[in-house]
Structures are given as structure tokens and as C-alpha cells.
Design a protein around this ligand. Structure first.
Ligand code: VG1
Ligand code: CO
Length: 532
């Protein structure tokens, strides 16, 4: 029954920040998915695994094909989300709960979906988290030499009914994607306190953006916690996410922002992304940036042992760590770098400026978890979000922060910009740009404190004499051209200057950095496509 199909290797299957992402049609070309999946099986021994996705176009066909390939590659058991659906954090939880060898999550996360959008494949290991660089390097090496893939001739059963079936010698267990995850959340948070808050009239608007969190949010916020019916909007996952861009930030969740800043705004607003690992937090009349959200949650977390953030994330959480007397780590962009710190028990919470926040309960960032953490905080503090933020800034100072994205830049121009910057790093100290003087500049290298592994060239950091910091790196999740990300941070200790308009507060730093990197000269651009 098992067939071996000869194929040619593809030369563009190098995983990026979070798995392999390509245009959907690119993934749908003959043998493309198969070549990558076979390379995973060739690189990593897998007996028991998880399989799920965010439901985007090509999810169903890919699930069927991967099941048939798993059965032919010696996999003994696959746990699959019903209808092929599973959020990334829920997948991480099930891998850990059942002690699986790993899992394949089909998602391009916050990238738009549909035939014109993107598709992606992520591979997580036995700790439930994205595999470390050494493993992605091994998978990439196999993609360059793969010459055949193994597949059973039998069709895969559609994963539409909960229960067990066999495919050859392989057991397929179809599970409810929400149930175990909801139980985990119940064990972590004070649901009674949150329920009481909703009973007292507290109002919520959660935008699931027609992506995977809809069923989770309905079951947990409306079902268990008693938020009013309709509190979850865009709750039905659609293959093209309703044509939207499921990236929870003020630009792509504009409808939610308008509602939260309108006359009848609910008490609390939130959103998540395609695969449910990101979160956006908005209070009535106030947007809480991801870096600040991480800091606020860390400030209130009982038993905090340590914190970590990605390097470009603002150092707001470092101020909290200092005050609470715990260590603060800075890792490269990408959740895989938090895994060792969490496994070693060195940190309780971690996050990224790109709307990722997570704890020790899984090995992924977790959108619903972050929203629940905020709801619990609100239930205990009984204060509006605005007051919580003002108190936080008074206590720890404010770290004005923004990310400027320049999308679909010509790759050669982007490489030239970054190349020139790297070459000039040592000479930048002492130079002034639009009135700001550079103190130091370097390229971020991370040495993992647990296993000593080293990640180099993880982004340029420029520090100015007056305390500001600018970071520059190229995105590793885009699928057309290059995306240049510019991160800007300006700390203000207070008590004055805590209520500036963030865009105005960062304007001098933005101008200085644009000039320093010769943005217009290299790219022809003078304004970002997205500010988040
Ligand atoms: C982006 C974010 C990064 C995040 C990654 C995956 O990567 O900046 O913080 O970990 O997406 O998130 P990049 O290389 O484009 O900057 V998700 O929600 O796509 O799994
Ligand atoms: Co995501």
C-alpha cells in the first residue's frame, strides 16, 4: 500500500522566523508540500504527533496529504483537531499533555489567506514549542537533497467526527480543539472572579477576525465566563479570513479600534491573529501596546521568577523586573528562543512587540491566555484600563514605542541598506543625526544561557546619548519582496512627560533613524506602510 514517489528538491524551503511561509498557490504546486513534510520526517524521528491548522485555504487538502504521508513514514499515532482546526497554543498544550514527539501546525499566522494569500507549515518539538535553530537547519538541509516521499495509497479519512480511526497501522485520534485548552485556562485563572465581573455588567468585544480563535473565544468568554452573546465578533473561521488581514494591531483591527474609541465603547476590547497566538489589548479610549501589556502583566504576576522579551520589544518589562528583583532576558525575534528559558524555569512570562505574550503553561505565545490575564487583572483591580496604565507609568516610567514597517521593498535594496549599516556600525558612535547623537551601535548576538547556542546577526541596535534606542531588522515571515522593520523606543522616567502623544514623542527619533539608515536613498521610501 505504501508508495514511494520520486520528486526533485526545491531550493526555496528555508524556514523563516516561524516555519515555512509561501504564497498559497506556491504551496499548492505539485510535490511542494510533500517535499517539505518528507524533509521534516527525514530530519526528526516522529512516532506520535499532533496535526492541526488555522483553517485557511489548503488546510483540508494539506491535512489529508500529511496524514497519508505520516502513515507511510512510521508514525504510530496522530492527534488531529476536528475539521483540521487547532490554534497554535492549543496545539502546544496537546503536545505537552500527551507527551507527543512534536506537531505540525498549518498556518501563516497573521498573513492574509485565500488563493491570493499565504500558507505555512510550522513544526514544533516535544516541549510543545517551535523547534530550535539546530533542528530547522537540519530540516532545511534535508529539503536540499530530498528525492522522494513516502505516502500510503489509501485515502485519509476526513477528520470531521471526534473519535479514533486507523489509516494502515496508524491511529488517528480526532479531538475537540477547544476542550483541553479551555480546561487548561480554567486551571490557570480565577474564572469565578471574572464571571462575577461580567455579571456586574462588564462589557467585552473580542475580534476573532474570522480566524481560528472564534470557537475558543465563544466557548470561554461567552460560554464559561458569561460575557454577553455577541461579545465575540467575526467568530466563524473562514478559509480566507473573510478577506481580512488577521494581524491584531490598530491598523488591521481598525473596526475594533473605532468601537473602543467611540461613544458606546465596551469596557474592554481584544483581538487575536490567524492561528491564535497573538493578542491585541484595548481599553475604553486607550490602546495598550504589546510591550506595555507585557510589563503590566509581569508587574501583577504572583510568584514571578524572571521575564524575557525579544530584543526589539521595549524595555518596559525590564523596569518591572528591576523593581521586583528578578532577571530580565532579551532574546532574538521568534518564539523559539524563549523555549529553553521556560523549560529551565528561568522565566514566568515573556513577550514580543509583535503582539505575542505567553507564560510557562505552553511553549507558544497565547492570545486567549493574554486576554484572560487582563480580564483577571481587571476583575481584581476594579479599575478601568486607562487608570491601570497611568498608575503603571507613574510607578515604572513610560517607554514610548513604535514599529515602522516598510513592506514589499526590493530585496536587493533592503539587503544593501542593512549591509551598509552593518559596515558602518563601529563608526557611528559620536555622530549626530537630526539632533540626536549616537552613543553606540551593534549587531545583536544572543548566547542562550541554557545550552550555550549562539544566534548571530539578529538585528542592529542603535543607542542614542539621550536614552533612545532604534532597532533595524528584516522580517522573516513575509512572502513577497523584503519587509524592513524599524523599532523605536524612548524611555521617559517621569513624573513629567508621561502623557505625550506617542507619535509625537517618537518623531525626533524616527527622523534621526531614517536619516541614519539612509532610508530614502536605499529604498525610495520616506514613510512606513504600517505603524504598530
Ligand atoms: C514576526 C514578528 C515576530 C513573530 C513572528 C511569528 O516575525 O515580528 O515577533 O515571532 O512574526 O509570529 P518577522 O520575522 O516577520 O518580524 V506568528 O504570530 O506569525 O507565528
Ligand atoms: Co500567529
Amino acid at each position: 500500500m505504501i508508495k514511494t514517489v520520486s520528486i526533485r528538491a526545491f531550493d526555496d524551503q528555508k524556514p523563516g522566523t516561524s516555519g515555512l511561509r509561501k504564497k498559497t498557490v506556491h504551496f499548492m504546486q505539485p510535490d511542494y508540500l510533500e517535499a517539505y513534510i518528507q524533509s521534516i520526517f527525514n530530519a526528526v524521528p516522529v512516532r506520535r504527533m499532533l496535526l492541526g491548522g488555522d483553517g485557511r485555504t489548503f488546510n483540508d487538502a494539506a491535512i489529508a496529504q500529511i496524514l497519508r504521508m505520516a502513515a507511510a513514514n512510521g508514525v504510530e499515532q496522530v492527534i488531529v483537531g476536528q475539521n483540521g482546526l487547532m490554534s497554535t497554543p492549543a496545539a502546544s498544550h496537546l503536545i505537552r499533555k500527551h507527551g507527543l514527539d512534536g506537531g505540525i501546525i498549518l498556518s501563516a499566522s497573521h498573513n492574509p489567506a485565500g488563493p491570493d494569500g499565504d500558507f505555512g507549515v510550522k513544526f514544533n518539538g516535544a516541549n510543545g514549542g517551535p523547534v530550535p535553530d539546530a533542528v530547522t537547519d537540519a530540516i532545511y538541509a534535508r529539503t536540499k537533497e530530498v528525492s522522494e516521499y513516502r505516502i500510503t495509497g489509501q485515502p485519509a479519512p476526513a477528520p470531521d467526527r471526534i473519535g479514533e480511526t486507523m489509516l494502515g497501522d496508524m491511529r488517528i485520534c480526532v479531538v475537540d480543539p477547544v476542550e483541553d485548552y479551555a480546561a487548561l485556562m480554567r486551571s490557570l485563572f480565577d474564572f469565578d472572579a471574572i464571571r462575577a465581573m461580567f455579571q456586574g455588567g462588564f462589557t467585552l468585544c473580542f475580534d476573532a477576525m474570522h480566524a481560528v480563535t472564534g470557537p475558543y473565544a465563544r466557548a470561554i468568554f461567552e460560554g464559561e465566563l458569561g460575557a454577553a452573546a455577541g461579545s465575540v465578533i467575526h467568530a466563524v473561521p473562514l478559509p480566507d479570513f473573510g478577506g481580512g488581514h488577521p494581524d491584531p494591531n490598530p491598523v488591521w483591527a481598525r473596526g475594533l479600534m473605532e468601537r473602543m474609541f467611540g461613544d458606546d465603547a465596551p469596557d474592554f476590547g481584544a483581538a487575536s491573529d490567524g492561528d491564535g497566538d497573538r493578542n491585541m489589548i484595548v481599553g475604553r479610549g486607550i490602546y495598550v501596546g504589546p510591550s506595555d501589556s507585557l510589563a503590566v502583566l509581569a508587574a501583577h504576576m504572583p510568584g514571578l521568577v524572571g521575564v524575557a522579551r525579544s530584543m526589539p520589544t521595549s524595555s518596559a518589562v525590564d523596569a518591572v523586573a528591576r523593581a521586583r528583583g528578578v532577571p530580565a532576558y532579551a532574546v532574538p525575534t521568534g518564539w523559539k528562543y524563549f523555549g529553553n528559558l521556560l523549560d529551565a524555569g528561568l522565566i514566568s512570562i515573556c513577550g514580543e512587540e509583535s503582539a505575542g505574550t505567553g507564560g510557562d503553561h505552553v511553549r507558544e505565545k497565547d492570545g486567549i491566555w493574554a486576554v484572560l490575564a487582563w480580564l483577571e487583572l481587571l476583575a481584581k483591580r476594579r479599575q478601568p484600563v486607562t487608570e491601570i496604565m497611568q498608575a503603571h507609568w507613574r510607578d515604572y516610567g513610560r517607554h514610548y514605542f513604535a514599529r515602522h514597517d516598510f513592506e514589499e521593498i526590493d530585496s536587493a535594496a533592503a539587503d544593501a541598506l542593512v549591509g551598509a549599516l552593518r559596515e558602518n556600525l563601529s563608526g557611528l558612535g559620536g555622530q549626530s543625526f537630526m539632533g540626536l547623537t549616537v552613543k553606540s551601535a551593534d549587531d545583536f548576538t544572543y548566547t542562550d544561557p541554557v545550552d550555550g547556542s549562539v544566534a548571530q546577526n539578529q538585528g542592529v541596535i542603535i543607542r542614542f546619548e539621550t536614552g533612545e534606542r532604534a532597532m533595524i531588522r528584516l522580517s522573516g515571515t513575509g512572502t513577497s519582496g523584503a519587509t524592513l522593520r524599524l523599532y523605536l523606543e524612548r524611555p521617559v522616567a517621569g513624573p513629567k512627560g508621561l502623557d505625550m502623544n506617542p507619535a509625537q514623542a517618537l518623531q525626533p527619533l524616527a527622523s534621526a533613524t531614517y536619516s541614519l539608515i539612509r532610508l530614502t536613498g536605499f529604498t525610495g521610501r520616506d514613510a512606513p506602510d504600517v505603524i504598530s
